[in-house]
Design a protein around this ligand. Sequence first.
Ligand code: MG
Length: 260
Amino acid sequence: MIELRTPAEIDAMRPAGRFVAEVLATLRDETKVGTNLLHLDRRAHDMIRAAGAESCYIDYHPSFGASPFGKVLCTSINDAVLHGLPHDYVLRDGDLVSLDFAASVDGWVADSAISFVVGTARDEDLALIDTTRRALAAAIDAATVGRKIGDISAAVAAVAHADGLSINTDFGGHGVGRTMHGDPHVPNDGKAGRGYPLRDGLVVALEPWFLQTTDELVTDPDGWTLRSADGSRGAHSEHTVAITSDGPVVLTDRSFLGVD
Ligand code: MG
C-alpha cells in the first residue's frame, strides 16, 4: 500500500533524515586505510544509542536473508555492493567502500548510502562512484509531482547506459515511512511515463547502484553480502526524498555537513 505524508509528517521525518546524514558524514570522515569494519558498525551503534534512535537493520530478517542481520550498518567493500554484513576486515589502500545506513527517529525512518575510496583511488572506481552520484541526482530531479515512477527509473538508467553500464533491477528504491521498506518499488531501469504517479507527500529512497562489468550478483556464505558475479567493483548512492508540490526534498542531505 502506498502512503502519502502530510507536510507535518514530512517535517516530522526531518530529524531521522538529519540523523542518518550525520552518521554517514561521521563515518565517511573516520573511515581510513586500517579501519576495521566492525569498528564502523560499533561507531554507528554508539551514535544510535546516544541519539535515542532505533536501528532498522539489526532485527531485519526478510525472505532473502539467511538470519536476522544483527548489525546496524551495511559495509560493502570492492566487489560487494549491497547488504554487506560488517565482519572482521581491515580496510586496505584503494578499497572501494559503500556504507548503507537506515535508522528510525521518533518513529520515522530515513535511509541513505554513500560510496568512496580509502587511500589511493583507481580512476575506474572514481568514475563508477561518479556515475552512481549523477544517477541519483537525475533520479531526484525526476522526482516531481505529476511525473511517474518510470520517469525516475528511466532517468537513472539513462545515466548508467551513457557510461556503458548494465543494470540489475532485483534491488532498487522503495517507499520509506514508519518502516524502512514500503511501496512503491522504484527500479533502477524502466520506461518514462509509466507506473505509479508521483503525488505530493510520497517519500521514497532512491538508490542507484552499479557494477563495473556485469549486472549479475552472487550472495556470500554469510547469507547477506551481495557481490558482483565477475569480481568487478560496485558503488551505491542513496537518499531519502520527499516528493512535494514545492519540489523534491532530500531528507538525508549531508552537504551542509561538508560531505556530499
Ligand atoms: Mg539503504
